[in-house]
Design a binder for this molecule. Sequence first.
Ligand SMILES: Nc1nc2c(ncn2[C@@H]2O[C@H](COP(=O)(O)OP(=O)(O)OP(=O)(O)O)[C@@H](O)[C@H]2O)c(=O)[nH]1
Ligand SMILES: *[C@@H]1O[C@H](CO)[C@@H](O)[C@H](O)[C@H]1NC(C)=O
Ligand SMILES: [Mg+2]
Length: 406
Amino acid sequence: MVNQRYKTLVIQAFAILGFILILYKLANRNGNSISSPPNYQKLAESLNFKNNNNNNNIDLTNGISFGTDPFLGKELLIKQYQKANATIMTLCEERDLKGVIETVRKLEDRFNKNYHYDWVFLNNEPFSDEFKEKVSKFVSGNSRFGVIPIEHWSYPEFIDKEKAKLEREKMENEGVIYGGSESYRHMCRFNSGFFYRHPIMEEYKYYWRVEPHVEFTCDINYDPFKFMEDNNKIYGFTITIHEFLRTIETLWDTTKKFIKNNPSYLPNDNLMKFISNDKGESYNLCHFWSNFEIADMDFWRSKEYEEYFQFLDKSGGFFYERWGDAPVHSIAVSLFLSKDKLHFFKDIGYQHGVYQMCPIEDNLYNGNKCFCEKENDFTFDGYACGKELFSAMGWTKPDNWEKYAD
Ligand SMILES: Nc1nc2c(ncn2[C@@H]2O[C@H](COP(=O)(O)OP(=O)(O)OP(=O)(O)O)[C@@H](O)[C@H]2O)c(=O)[nH]1
Ligand SMILES: *[C@@H]1O[C@H](CO)[C@@H](O)[C@H](O)[C@H]1NC(C)=O
Ligand SMILES: [Mg+2]
């Protein structure tokens, strides 16, 4: 009897020891022990994230899959993971509930479920408790809801409201998209000069801007915020496009005046070539589509950008014309940054309305479970600015680019 019990105990002890050993081995598979956090730096280096001057050729196909390890489980990895100082951000209204949840579910599925970044929702009016409750359920990080201060969403005193109204009516009659909308102009001005000053946003350095009803068509198996941080990137984008001239008629002349007063704000290796075909004489209407941005807000908070925004704002173009935050952001990052601070997230399949970036390189497309048609990739379309971008950056276009042009 005693002997039998003793035997069972010994067998149990060995079984437990064996199990612990297996766990220990599994935990050490990537050289990270359970007790110390994964060395992100090392992982990033091994994936060639660093010291790569031609960022366009970084291979992100076998990115780091935090949280997807079936043995360690995701909680353990997330707890050990040192997140970037970053948040996802969506500007929206109460009535966007469905579209917001759509976007949240998609980005959570493709990315954030493994990282649990915060998500900030901003609105010029307070969100209802119902909205907050319904949206929060789907966010794996903290959901935060902010009301935009009235000073950031109203006419500054130097704007002639009567003149603004007349110009809106003119544009509306001409059939300019959002030409007659007052709220669209407040939205564009807010996104140009104020979102990064919102008290909630001030707590973060990086943000990822997303809108209701957008689509993420590939897995994102690494942390784009960390990528920005580790590679000293300031502005990341996926889609380039031409602006409607009618909405920004005096934007470039106003910008030229600002540059003339502040020539020292332009580094030599800026990206002027992307936005001008004649060395700055005129604007070619190219810009990064700002409904997707992964960027460093400290740039928007810099002296250079703040002065630029104030200068633009004083000229009245946000209201007398219909200046978009996309051309404003794009001109600023193209002029005031050296071009190596910009990053094309050519691996993050993304769709907003009728335009999309679908990775056309096989390794990216196949490696990231993309669900989009390469034929629909907008990058090298005539109305996009991919050709201008690659040329200005000095990048080599993918071998198959012509197949997907237009
Ligand atoms: N809170 C709030 N958000 C707004 C308002 N107008 C637009 N937005 C948000 O601002 C962002 C851009 O507005 P959109 O209407 O999508 O503008 P767009 O992307 O140029 O145009 P679409 O092609 O129609 O998507 C979206 O995230 C909207 O939800 C507004 O009046 N209040
Ligand atoms: C995050 O970034 C903001 C803006 O740069 C900064 O003010 C804040 O102190 C940072 N927070 C942490 C925890 O580093
Ligand atoms: Mg939109």
